[in-house]
Write a protein that binds this ligand. Structure first.
Ligand SMILES: [Zn+2]
Length: 654
């Protein structure tokens, strides 16, 4: 059962769907417009102080460039963007959806940044900060005298974000992940050297923690430090096994550092399944910790308990805290169990959370083979990730409101370096992830999205657009005499068992009502053509605390009502995060006129929510104020309503 599947490598899949391809290009264009020297300014400044440079020397080392503004990059969380940026550039370098020129521009940018980080690290050699690279602001003399003061403060539990520390381990996680990706994907060797040297600094620190300090550190957001260190361990372990001289001399030391970020007490609490265990916990602090638990299992398959921790947490989030779009949280926090209708506001569904849950789902599928993770992953990619981009500008969301009547608010090119902005860079440079998985002798199609998968012996070309038609085709092109892989087709949950497959215009008989249809390699000759019909229908989804509060989906697509552009007002929230401030409707209650009860209205929804021919627009009638619904993922120009409270006319209070 274990080790069932692997995501196919980034460079073997190209998304050809036009909307997705545009989304990728918009993201890359924006990323390349950023000035790498400004993203690096903080790293150079920190290295300059460590090396004892005077102001003029530092300024010259920084090329006269200042950090970007907006209260994040020029705050004590500064430098987190560079980590995301490195990951996203590395993904771009191996993304077949980009031209050779685009890929080489991404590679050039990545190589430049890594070389500067190496230079910064060089300045720390022989000092007590050896290996340390960081880009946060150093707001006072105390910080310039001691550039690791944020980490010292965390160990004392001092975490006021403007004067003491703003989640430095979270930022460190982004940097380590970025360097991992620069090495693994973009084949930049210096990235591994820098990361291994940085690891020396990290391990010196974790090895010095008393039990009490350890507990204090883990009480403050630290991202997925366990996850990224297990990954770095895995990279070094496999290099070492091959006798590669680039390997860290003692990979077990990296693993031990990773263990220090495993929060066993929390893991056990989740496993116990007690009520409201996640209530008011910071969602994006918590999710990566469990991805880290999974990572521990991924690198050591004897650690079954860690898989259990990961699975229990995932299930708990889905069951008790998740909206129809796959998003979770209210103002960054999980609220009480099953409290979702009550918590629909302008600040739900932080994008980092869905990004992390999607990554988590894919990795859980890979190790368990459980189809529920594919169902979640498809829904999330379409309705939370694709839904997070403004398709004109390429800028992305922080929150996605579930309160009816708000609109999506997007970042800007260089003014909003929120956590979710960096997450956005990562999301849109890897849109080809999760469409195909492989196992020995098998290729799995796990999403129906126009794309091409290619390895050395064959190519699979998938065409179709589920927003336009319920039929997709898959053609097989053999590059060698025989195709050795069976082709597995995922049967989406939303087809309700109605998926039909034709192989070369003959109905392909399957004798089970299962979630995968397996076509043996022997039937897949060059030119073989599969036609897959995925009947789509309307499904209705209410909330655990809102029996009559419904959202609608059409196949995999969440629908939202179009509410116009009249009331798209914004305000700021938290640390300069832009959010919607006004609702386009006075009320989210819809009164049913055509049926006696909400239940009968919902039972007959096909009569009332009617698709317009040739488009993905739906007219909702049978209510006092008819509405037009459309696919939510591409609603970015006007206010929207996903959830509405339905009431029958007879029950209406007068
Ligand atoms: Zn975020």
């Amino acid at each position: 059962m274990a080790d069932t599947w692997q995501l196919v490598p980034h460079n073997e899949v190209k998304v050809t769907d036009r909307y997705y391809d545009e989304a990728l290009h918009l993201q890359l264009i924006n990323m390349l417009q950023l000035d790498p020297d400004r993203l690096l300014a903080g790293f150079r400044e920190t290295a300059g102080f460590i090396a004892g440079m005077d102001e003029a020397e530092r300024n010259s080392f920084m090329k006269g460039k200042a950090r970007y503004g907006g209260a994040w990059e020029d705050g004590m969380i500064g430098g987190h963007t560079l980590g995301h940026y490195l990951t996203a550039l590395a993904q771009a370098v191996v993304n077949p959806g980009l031209s050779e020129d685009e890929k080489s521009r991404a590679k050039e940018r990545l190589d430049y940044i890594v070389s500067v980080l190496g230079e910064c690290q060089e300045k720390t050699k022989g000092t007590k900060y050896e290996g340390y690279i960081f880009g946060a602001t150093l707001p006072t003399k105390e910080f310039t005298d001691n550039p690791v003061l944020q980490f010292d403060n965390v160990e004392k539990g001092l975490c006021e974000i403007f004067t003491q520390s703003w989640v430095p381990w979270y930022t460190m996680h982004k940097i380590v992940v970025g360097l991992n990706a620069a090495f693994s994907l973009a084949k930049n060797d210096i990235a591994l050297e820098v990361n291994n040297c940085l690891l020396g600094w990290i391990a010196n620190r974790t090895e010095g923690w008393s039990e009490e300090t350890h507990r204090t550190v883990l009480s403050i957001e630290y991202g997925g430090m366990n996850d990224c260190l297990y990954e770095l361990y895995d990279i070094n372990r496999s290099l070492k096994e091959k006798g590669d001289s680039r390997a860290y001399s003692n990979p077990e030391r990296i693993k031990a550092a990773a263990h220090c970020f495993d929060e066993i007490e929390l893991f056990e609490k989740i496993l116990s399944g007690e009520d409201n265990v996640l209530k008011n916990t910071h969602a994006n602090t918590t999710i990566p910790k469990f991805i880290g638990a999974l990572a521990r299992y991924e690198v050591d398959r004897t650690q079954d308990k860690y898989l259990e921790y990961a699975e229990s947490f995932f299930d708990m989030v889905i069951e008790k805290h998740t909206y129809v779009t796959s998003g979770n949280s209210e103002d960054e926090h999980f609220r009480a169990d099953f409290s979702l209708d009550k918590e629909r506001t302008n600040v739900n569904n932080e994008t980092c959370n869905t990004h992390n849950m999607l990554k988590f789902a894919r990795r859980l599928f890979a190790v368990t083979g459980n189809v529920k993770y594919l169902d979640y992953a498809e829904r999330t990619l379409i309705n939370a990730i694709m839904a997070s981009q403004n398709h004109d500008t390429g800028f992305t969301t922080y929150f996605q409101a579930m309160g009816t009547g708000y609109h999506k608010v997007f970042s800007s090119l260089d003014g909003n370096f929120w956590c979710c902005t960096g997450t956005g860079y990562e999301n849109f440079t890897k849109l080809q992830r999760g469409i195909y998985y492989k196992a020995p002798g098998k290729l799995l199609v796990s999403m129906y999205l126009a794309s091409e998968y290619e390895n050395e012996s064959y190519k699979v070309v998938m065409d179709g657009d589920l927003t336009k038609s319920d039929t997709v085709t898959i053609s097989v092109v053999a590059k060698k005499d025989v195709i050795e892989d069976n082709l597995l087709l995922w049967v989406p949950g939303w087809t309700e068992g109605g998926m039909r497959v034709q192989l070369n215009s003959n109905e392909y008989k399957t004798d089970c009502d299962c979630r995968f249809i397996e076509i043996p390699a022997s039937e897949l000759t060059d030119g073989a053509q599969l036609t897959i019909k995925l009947p789509m229908s309307i499904s209705c989804h209410n909330l655990p605390d809102g029996k009559d509060t419904y959202a609608f989906c059409y196949g995999p697509f969440v629908l939202s009502a179009r509410l116009g552009t009249l009331k798209m007002q914004e305000t700021t929230h938290g640390v300069k995060v832009n959010v919607a401030s006004e609702k386009a409707v006075d009320s989210d209650v819809l009164t049913i006129t055509a049926e006696e009860s909400v239940d009968s209205f919902i039972a007959n929804i096909d009569k009332y929510l009617v698709k317009r021919d040739g488009s993905c627009e739906f007219d909702l009638g049978g209510i006092s104020k008819p509405k037009v619904f459309t696919t939510h993922f591409n609603q970015y120009t006007e206010s929207y309503g996903i959830y509405w409270k339905y009431e029958s006319d007879s029950n209406k209070e007068n």
